[in-house]
Ligand binder design. Structure first.
Ligand SMILES: [Zn+2]
Ligand SMILES: [Zn+2]
Ligand SMILES: [Zn+2]
Ligand SMILES: [Zn+2]
Length: 284
């Protein structure tokens, strides 16, 4: 209720109508949304047909895949904000319709078809024939022109077509082009994402390799350190043994000198002791 109350004055002046119309333009076909209108998760709207165009352009294999048992519905990016839209197995038919926008379009069309709001039809007039409307298109010169120019004037030998036909054709070409660009953008974005993932993987791998290298060298160092300790100990033991042996070699010579003295002393002592003993028996 409140909505319609606020809406009526809005529709009142032509400027607001223009603003409203801009809000109701599909970014793909550049026309006012045509029903059914679907709303994407990012809250942007598209004609379902246009959503399908964008989706088909970004997923060229989807239809053939759809016939197999693959249940995933594919994905595309919102042409307005690039938010990724993931579809279920119904494809764009699984997207929610925006009934509010559809209703607004209905009301808008009703309102603008009233004589009060119908815009004064603006027609470009031929520069040469001021009474003639520009209503045909010269295909040879690729310019819009008037019927008189075709019959008598500058374009009398040219190939022409009705302006509305060419307008529609060029508009649909443009809109196809936009859909292709949006899809191309999606693919480029996908490649960029892939490259970013590759970079991330490279960074991760390199970090892990560095860690591994550090660990290995640390354990190698530990082993070397341990080995060094063992070798130093062995060296010390060997040094000790050799010193001991050296001492043994020098001590026996000291010992033999001492024993020689003892031998010398001992006979003396024996003689000395034996002497008195011999003397003692001799004495009594
Ligand atoms: Zn559209
Ligand atoms: Zn969006
Ligand atoms: Zn003319
Ligand atoms: Zn021409």
């Amino acid at each position: 209720m409140n909505f319609t109350v606020g809406f009526k004055p809005l529709l009142g002046d032509a400027h607001s109508m223009d603003n409203l119309e801009k809000q109701l333009i599909c970014p793909i076909c550049l026309e006012m949304f045509s029903k059914p209108v679907v709303i994407l998760p990012c809250q942007h709207n598209l004609c379902r047909k246009c959503a399908n165009d964008v989706f088909q352009a970004s997923n060229p294999l989807w239809q053939s895949r759809g016939s197999t048992t693959v249940s995933s519905g594919g994905r595309f990016r919102c042409p307005s904000c690039r938010h990724e839209v993931v579809l279920d197995r119904h494809g764009v038919y699984g997207l929610q319709r925006n009934l509010l926008v559809e209703n607004i379009i209905d009301i808008y069309k009703q309102e603008s078809s009233r004589p009060l709001h119908s815009k004064a039809e603006q027609h470009l007039m031929c520069e040469e024939h001021e009474e003639e409307k520009i209503n045909i298109y010269c295909l040879s010169c690729e310019v819009p022109t008037c019927s008189l120019c075709k019959v008598f004037g500058a374009h009398k030998d040219c190939e022409v077509a009705p302006l509305p036909t060419i307008y529609k054709r060029q508009k649909s070409e443009l809109s196809d082009g936009i859909a292709m660009l949006v899809a191309g953008n999606d693919r480029v974005q996908a490649v960029i994402t892939q490259m970013e993932e590759v970079c991330q993987t490279i960074e991760d791998n390199s970090r892990r390799q560095k860690q591994l290298l550090n660990q290995r060298f640390e354990s190698l160092c530990a082993v070397l350190e341990e080995r060094k300790g063992e070798l130093l100990q062995a060296l010390a033991r060997e040094q000790e043994e050799k010193l001991q042996r050296g001492l043994h070699l020098t001590r026996p010579s000291l010992g033999s000198g001492a024993s020689g003295e003892e031998e010398e002393v001992a006979p003396d002592g024996e003689e000395g002791s034996a002497g008195p003993e011999e003397e003692r028996p001799d004495g009594p």
